[in-house]
Structures are given as C-alpha cells and as structure tokens.
Design a protein around this ligand. Sequence first.
Ligand code: 11C
Length: 329
Amino acid sequence: MKVAVVGATGLVGNVMLEVLAERNFPVTELIPVASEKSVGKTITFKGKEYKVVGMTQAISLKPDVALFSAGGDTSKEWAPKFAQVGTVVVDNSSAWRMDPTKKLVIPEINADVLTAEDKIIANPNCSTIQMLVALAPLRKFGIKRIVVSTYQSITGTGVKAVKQLENEYQGIEGPMAYHYPIHKNAIPHCDVFEENGYTKEEMKLVRETKKIFADDSIQVTATAVRIPVVGGHSESVNVEFEQEYDLAEVRKLLAHAPGVVLQDNTDTNTYPMPIYVHGKDEVFVGRVRRDESQPKTLNLWVVADNLRKGAATNTIQIAEALIKKGILK
Ligand code: 11C
C-alpha cells in the first residue's frame, strides 16, 4: 500500500512512522510529505532513508492512504486534493471533526460507522480519545453527565513548547509557545478561547463526545490545563450514570475493555502516571472510586500517551479498520 505521511517531520508525524513500523502496517511505498521548508530532508523508516516531498508531488503519486498531521489549515486546503485523486485521508487535525459529512472515529468504539464512501476521516482530539476509550465500557449504565479536568502535556502543543520548557529549565530566554512560563506552572488555557469563555480544547471534549457516542443528550463540562509534563495527558473524570452501578462490575468491565489497562490498587500505590505511559498505545485507568457526594456517579483517573493513542496510533488504527473492512485495499 502506498502510504503518505503528511507532516512527517513533526512530533506526531515521527510517531506515526514509528507506529507504522511497529505494527507492520502493509507499506509498500512510503511517501513522507511536509511543508516546503522541509522538502528534501531525509527521514528514516524501517532502516531505509526517504526524501521528504511537497504536497503537489505527493498527490501526483496517488497514495492509497494519507495520514495527515499537519494542522487544521493545511488539512482544509490539501486533504480534499488528495481525496480527489482517490486517496483516503485520515486526518489528525481539528479541521473535519465536527463536519457532519465526515466520520469521527475511535476504532474500539465506532469503527462500524466507516464506509467505502468516506474519503476524509477525522481522528478525534487526544484528550477526547483517552476519555472515551475509558468510558466506552461503562456505557451500559447510561452516561448522563461528564465533568472532566485535564492535565495536558506540552507535546500536545508541539516542538516549540518542548523547546520553551527546555530553555526555562536552563534559564535561557527564547521563543515562547505559551503566554506564560510553563516550567513550575499550570496554565488553564489549551488552544484558543471561544466566545463562551471555554477554550476550544474544552469544547472539543464536549462536542466530540456527543458525536462519537452518537448521543447529543450527554452533558459534558471541561477544564483543560497545560502542565510541564513532556508526554502523556492525564484526566480527572467524574461521570454520572443514568443507572446505579456496581463498583466491582465497573472494575471488571474496565479490566476487560479493548485498549484499556486498569492500574488501580491503593494498597500498592498503583495508579497511572504520565511518565509510565510513554510509547504505549493503551489508555490507563486508575483511582476508580464512587463519588460519595452524589448517587450513580463515579470518579476515574485516565492517562495516555497523547502522541500515541491520542494521535498517531488511533490514526493508524483507523487505517487498519479500513483494511479489515475491505475499504482500503
Ligand atoms: C493539545 N489536544 O494537547 C491538543 C493537541 O485539536 O488536534 C492536538 C490539537 C488538536 O493541546
């Protein structure tokens, strides 16, 4: 299969190449694509060197699938042009997620919505993916309302933020990815503010949850916070169900759910933490406990590698689902 990785030199693009190799995705021809300033650079895939090409050249090569992680504006402009030559685009930006004509997919949850008509498929936001993978096995109790607070890694912002933190460690002045220092700080501001006073990142959790669970009645409220962690988003998730639940059953459902690892033992201080999820594809869940302030309500702590399951891995799993369904050949 001819596979284009668009944004191949970025943080997520790099992880996409790693994940494609690890999962033995059937790549017969790799086309690394990036913006003009990176054209001609080389990247390594499975021990072989490849030259990075520009968009127009990549389209002329008519890839079977293009895995996009190059930002919303690039995707808006270029994804349709790839689709026009018959390429299936799986896009990791926010460009198409809420477009009613595009599918928004977490394969463990809604791979069934994919059809041969889908030429541009959206990958959800990282913080939504990990929250919903953890909540999906609990849908049998009826999800009524979710209150989520996120503790998000600077890798979600990109290389500029990683550099900012490195500079701040060393006391060096340099370009700022954030309005404020991130070292020794917590910034309650991920992505831009919307008119309602919430950030776009917070509203992604609200809107994407309804779309993926195909249920507009689910109420979600979110606070998204950037913390000085290099890789791995964490979330405190409070979920109110329609029905009463049994805590032992909740644990059992989580322990057996696809893509979930339950790490929950207060006797041994076992709970998920971002430093232990680097390079992992699963969503880690712990601190599972009853909300004692309200009936039918549960608290969870959810951690995942935002560049893996939150981005590259989920994108590639969507492509794998297309292969499994015979849509991508
Ligand atoms: C963050 N979730 O951690 C973002 C990164 O909508 O795809 C990905 C932004 C997006 O800041």
